[in-house]
Design a protein around this ligand. Structure first.
Ligand code: ZN
Length: 90
C-alpha cells in the first residue's frame, strides 16, 4: 500500500540523506551551511517557490541534474547577487 502523502518529517529526512550522499558540503566552495540543490540542467521543475517536497522528489528523480551548492554559490550561479528580504529556498 502506497502512501503518496508522506509527512514533512519524511521529506526532511530524505533531503538530509540526499545532502549527506553528496558529501554534505557545497560542490563549489565546500561550505557546509545553507545548502541547496541547484539545477545544472533543466528538469520539469524549474523556478523557485514550488515547495520543498516537490524539489526533493525532483532531485531524487534527476540526481545528475542537480548540484549541491551553498546559497551564496547558488546565487552566483543563477546570476543573482541580492536576494529579496524574506525570500527562502530550501
Ligand atoms: Zn559554496
Amino acid at each position: 500500500m502506497s502512501n503518496p502523502d508522506k509527512g514533512n518529517e519524511w521529506w526532511r529526512a530524505k533531503r538530509r540523506r540526499l545532502i549527506a550522499s553528496r558529501g554534505g558540503k557545497c560542490g563549489n566552495c565546500g561550505a557546509t551551511e545553507q545548502l541547496e540543490f541547484a539545477h545544472k540542467k533543466p528538469t520539469g521543475l524549474n523556478g523557485r517557490g514550488r515547495g520543498f517536497k516537490d524539489r526533493v522528489r525532483d532531485v531524487m528523480l534527476h540526481p545528475r541534474r542537480y548540484a549541491l551548492l551553498c546559497r551564496p554559490c547558488h546565487d552566483v550561479m543563477d546570476g543573482r547577487t541580492v536576494r529579496r528580504a524574506g525570500e527562502r529556498d530550501w
